[in-house]
Design a protein around this ligand. Sequence first.
Ligand SMILES: NC(=O)c1ccc[n+]([C@@H]2O[C@H](COP(=O)([O-])OP(=O)(O)OC[C@H]3O[C@@H](n4cnc5c(N)ncnc54)[C@H](OP(=O)(O)O)[C@@H]3O)[C@@H](O)[C@H]2O)c1
Length: 326
Amino acid sequence: MSNSPKIYVAGHRGMVGSAIVRQLLAQGHPPENIVTKTHSELDLTDQVAVRNFFKTELPDQVYLAAARVGGIHANNTYPAEFIYQNLMIEANVIDAAFQNGVKRLLFLGSSCIYPKLAEQPMREDALLTGTLEPTNEPYAIAKIAGIKLCESYNRQYGLSHGVDYRSVMPTNLYGSGDNYHPENSHVIPALIRRFHEAKINNSHHVTIWGTGSPRREFLYVDDMAAASVHVMNLSQAIYQQHTQPMLSHINVGYGSDITIKELVMTVCQTVGFQGAIEFDSSKPDGSPRKWMDSDRLNALGWQAHVSLEKGLAMAYEDFKKNYCSK
Ligand SMILES: NC(=O)c1ccc[n+]([C@@H]2O[C@H](COP(=O)([O-])OP(=O)(O)OC[C@H]3O[C@@H](n4cnc5c(N)ncnc54)[C@H](OP(=O)(O)O)[C@@H]3O)[C@@H](O)[C@H]2O)c1
């Protein structure tokens, strides 16, 4: 019998959840001690099903990477589903984990928890200091509730039951398992797809919306998974030294940001598109800058390893292998 903990990865078929499973296996965690369930096998919004699952499986640790996620359009069109499903997933999983003796849990949030006009780089203590971006406010409120669920269970049951639930807030992620949907994908998969299609169609130019001047931060998903496992495995003493009971979440960023123009040029080079690139400045730019302060995580001994160039090359290989036939 191995002494390694039994780990439940919720959302293991998603981009982040699948990277966490890869990371655990790469670190030598025995596959038989990783528990997974697909959405159709276990709907995490179903409280009874979640309770039964935890009662049967009795995991030692939980990575909560399941969530209803989507871009601006989906958030605007389905706000009720975004807030309801995310609140239910978090409340069901966190409470069932507690009821069934789980001591360690890692909740994955998002940088959208911070106010729209947060000072840059965004520090953890910017949480709840201002108004959220309206387009994804319901989703952000659910993610903030997830952080507060973890903190509240720690405060009420930390000493009596040894509960130690943690939260990480990733910046923009990209890489293996990304969503390359033509209309509702994030900026990197959208650019990979557009440049790839322009290359194979011998297009003369590609037009990019906006001026290219906004700055954004990007982290390769395997780095995110490595950071998640690192935070999960920190000793309680170290974790508590670097966090506060009611300000406990940890930003996970690359450490620096780049302009959209620089990103576009790097994707273009990665894909090998030879034509011209035009920036349509009549189209909206969005916020001038979104950048996480990762000092807390760096002080806990972790920093990103995968450069944008290397990450984009791996993402493009993944795209060609899994998402396109040409
Ligand atoms: N991707 C990013 O750039 C990014 C950035 C910051 C934060 N994050 C955070 O990281 C987490 C994971 O994101 P991701 O990009 O990996 O998303 P994803 O690829 O869409 O994966 C989410 C997973 O959750 C599952 N799921 C959703 N609703 C469920 C339910 N009711 N019951 C059971 N499973 C359910 C999905 O299964 P189905 O597909 O079968 O529904 C999917 O496997 C999220 O909390 C997100 O906020 C992601």
